[in-house]
Structure formats: C-alpha cells, structure tokens
Design a protein around this ligand. Structure first.
Ligand code: MN
Ligand code: MN
Length: 481
C-alpha cells in the first residue's frame, strides 16, 4: 500500500450551519436603518388595529409612492408598462398591489402575501344590553385566542357602521389619550377558588367575554324607559356617530387592545404590539415593494389579506378568486393574446413568499420546541419549509430547489435568516395562506418573523428580525432569478 498524503480538514466554519445572533453581523450604519424602519413600523402598527385600517393606510402609502387604482387605469385606457404601479382593493379589506416588471407577465410573478386581520373580539349583531344597571357589549371572539388573556386590560372599539342610505360611519374609541377605554372584568382572587380549579381554557368562557361600556343612567330619558344606562350609551353613540341600536345589524365592530405599540426591553431591542401577526410581515412586504429603487425584472405583487385567522374563507379571504381575478385584470390591461392560457402560465411560473409569523423558542416554555429546529430571537427571519400538523398534514412543503433559490437571494442581500418549525412534532401546528397559492402550481414557501406570545393581546417581536423581514422581501422582489 502506498502512503496517501493527508490534506488538512476543512475549517469548521465552512462545515457547520451558521447559528449566530444577527446583531454580530449587522453591517456598519445598518443599526440606524434598522431603528428608522422599526419606528415607522411601530407607527403603522399603532394606527392599523383592524384589516380595514391596515388596508386604508397601505393604499395611502402606495398612492403617495405613485400607485394608481387598477380600475381607474383601465377606465383611462392606459397601458401597463414596466415600472407601472397599481393596486386593486377587495371590499376595503384585502389589497393587491403590483409593480410591473421588465419581463412579460407570462414569465411569472414574485409574490409576497401576508394578512392584516388579527385575533380579536367582534361585537355580536345584537350586542348592547343592560344587566344590573350596567351596560355591556356582547361579543363573539375572532380567531384563535386564549380567552383568559382578554380580561382586565384596556380595550378599544374600532369598526364601521353601514347605513341603509349608503353612508358608512367609521368608529374608533379608545386610542386618543382623551378617549375613554373599555374592559372585560375578571373575578377577584378572593372569590376565585372555583374558577382557579377549572382548566385554563374554561376559566373564562366565550360567552363571558362581555365588554363593560357604561354605568350612568340617563337623567333625561322618558319615564317609561326601563334601561336608563343602555339608553344613555345609545344616546352617546347617536350624538357621536348618528347611529341607533338597529344599525348594529349592519356594523362590523372590533374590540382590540387599546393603546399604541411600544419599544420593549431596557435595551429597546424589541417591540410590544397588538397584531404583529401578521401586520409585521404584511407591512414588510408592502414597504419592500414600495421602496424598490429600480424597475424589477419580474412583476412584484403584495397581497394584504383578510380572514386568514378564521381559515381564509369568504369573499375577502384567500380562498376566494380575488387574487386570480386581479392577475387576469393585469393581463387584460397588458392586452395579452390568449389571456386564459397566459394566466395559467403566469401563475405556474410564479414564486411566492407566504409572509406569516412563526414561533420563537421561549425559555419560559421550552417543552414545546424541537431543540434544533426552533427559531430563536434575533437570528433573523424564519423560513418554514412546511407548516401543518400531525405528519405535515395540510402543508404545502416547499421543494429543496426553491429553498436553495431563497437561500441564494437572502445570502446575496445580507439577510439574517434561520430555519424554523412551529413546535415539536405532534405538539400542535398551524397553517397559512401558502396552500391557496400553491394550488396554482407555483413555488411557495413560508417566511416570516418569529414572535413570543403569538395571538396574545400584546405580542413580542425583535427589532432585528422585524428589519430583516423588510430586507428579505425587498431582495426577493428585486431578484432577477
Ligand atoms: Mn398569521
Ligand atoms: Mn395567527
């Protein structure tokens, strides 16, 4: 046997997966950009407490950057050209935005889709009642909440009341520092023995989520008015908004935590806010598209979707054909021959980042994480190859090839990223809008910001991860493939 010359083993850093805190690699001068972006996001999150408010703020930001309503463009007969910026609204809740790229639409789109609805309490159709000379608002919770988290904290009322005459009144009470707030009362611990022995999921019931609205009886009500406290509340609503009790039948009133998003931690490294899920990704997608300096190679699309938290159902959820219709409208404006076939080709050749939040490993609850596959705070955006539950059921499972493409795009742009899975096997799971786009045959992968306390009234996100999300989506839109 001849002696073989032994070569030096490769350096560990080339063999091991990177696993570093994102702050260690932050480029010089980037900290300033990070802080500036997070300030703008905190303002957006504080102002966008509902899907309608997020929609309207997004339209305003887009119009300020030169986006035009697609329907108006069609009416003017203006053609689509590379660089044209358009948006299309679905009933004031879901929004489609596009920047036309250099390539033909048939070559596919680069899509970032997030959602702007968040878990909350909705007023029932007949919400207002008086009990024990107290006025209360009856609610039905929306999305996956832990009910015990919604008692004994300041609440605000947001929404719309549509009148049969065609007028829609916008309601917002509890955000202005001069406004009153609302609350759901909890039992005092002194008398909470029976409650404390219940399961956590049963300590506060769904029917028990009644919001305290008032207690002062009207002094000027007719003698025959029995419910004088309820009367007073109706009179105040009538004075402020011109509405009556009957108008609740055509209203959408959402109860959300009152107050703005804030910096969190002595080092101000995190953000505490209501509705990070999923406005943190929705806003990053929006800004990623709005802030593109150059006309992208591929047409970039942002979807800000409603109804994700209850299964993406309904006309404004991603299960509807609004997205497909909007792409068909783009093709019509581009005067495409064989539009039906080209629509199919365009969708099949598209790439999508399903922009939704993920879970962070929480040292307070280590038992639910898969030790080597749990995302960590400050390690960048979380890519989830698959979601689902019980044997990946319900997952769209991104291909290895597409994962490689995303690694290439993020690495080239200096995006801190990590792989993550939502909890350990058989602990639970969750889904996103990924499957509604994957059915067109396009490449889709879930990619979002990791959170603590997801679905709680106040959720936690790291600033570094928040900023990296924006960088990631922006790089995806700018990618030439
Ligand atoms: Mn979500
Ligand atoms: Mn959610």
């Amino acid at each position: 046997m001849s002696a073989k010359k032994k070569s030096a083993p490769p350096a560990a850093k080339t063999l091991f997966r990177r696993d570093e805190n994102g702050y260690t690699n932050l480029k010089k001068g980037e900290e300033r950009k990070l802080e500036a972006y997070c300030r703008e996001y905190i303002d957006f999150l504080s102002a966008a407490k509902t899907e309608r408010e997020a929609h309207d703020l997004a339209v305003a930001e887009a119009e300020a950057k030169g986006f035009q309503n697609l329907d108006a463009l069609r009416a003017e007969g203006k053609p689509l050209e590379p660089g044209t910026k358009v948006y299309r609204s679905c009933r004031g809740k879901t929004l489609f935005l596009a920047v036309i790229g250099k390539h033909a639409l048939a070559d596919g789109l680069h899509i970032v889709g997030g959602h702007t609805d968040s878990p909350r309490l909705d007023a029932k159709p007949n919400p207002l009642y008086e009990d024990g000379e107290i006025a209360l608002l009856d609610t039905h919770y929306y999305g996956g909440i832990k009910k015990y988290q919604w008692v004994a904290l300041p609440l605000a009322l947001h929404g719309v009341v549509a009148k049969p005459g065609g007028e829609t009144v916008t309601v917002s009470i509890g955000e202005d520092p001069a406004d009153p707030v609302f609350v759901i009362t909890d039992l005092l611990p002194h008398l909470g023995k029976d409650q404390a022995e219940k399961k956590l999921s049963e300590g506060i019931s769904g029917e028990g989520l009644n919001v305290l609205l008032g207690s002062r009886p009207a002094s000027d009500a007719d003698k025959d008015v029995k419910e004088k406290v309820k009367y007073q509340i109706l009179a105040l609503l009538n004075a402020r908004y011109g509405i009556t009790e009957e108008d609740f039948a055509s209203a959408e009133l959402e109860i959300v935590p009152a107050g703005p998003a804030r910096e969190l931690g002595l080092d101000r490294s995190m953000i505490l806010g209501y509705g990070h899920d999923d406005r943190i990704c929705a806003y990053a997608g929006l800004r990623g598209l709005l802030d593109l300096d150059e006309v992208p190679d591929y047409t970039g699309i942002v979807l800000l979707c409603d109804k994700e938290e209850i299964g993406s159902v309904g006309a404004t959820g991603m299960d509807s054909v609004f997205f497909e219709n909007s792409v068909a409208e783009l093709l019509a404006l581009a005067d495409t021959a064989q539009p039906e076939l080209v629509l199919r080709r365009c969708l099949e050749r598209s790439r999508m980042l399903s922009a939704d939040v993920n879970v962070l490993h929480d040292p307070n609850y280590p038992d639910v994480s898969s030790p080597n596959n749990a995302a960590k705070l400050n390690r960048g955006v979380v890519i989830a190859k698959y979601t689902g539950a019980r044997g990946k059921s319900g997952s769209s499972d991104a291909s290895a090839e597409f994962m490689a493409e995303i690694r290439r795009v993020f690495d080239a742009a200096g995006v801190a990223w990590q792989m993550g899975e939502l909890g350990k096997v058989d602990q639970g799971g969750g889904g996103t809008i990924a499957m509604f786009l994957a059915r067109y045959g396009m490449d889709v992968v879930d990619c979002g910001v990791g959170l603590f306390s997801m679905h709680a009234p106040w959720e936690v996100a790291g600033k570094l991860d928040t900023y990296m999300m924006y960088k990631a989506y922006r790089a995806f839109f700018a990618d030439a493939r």
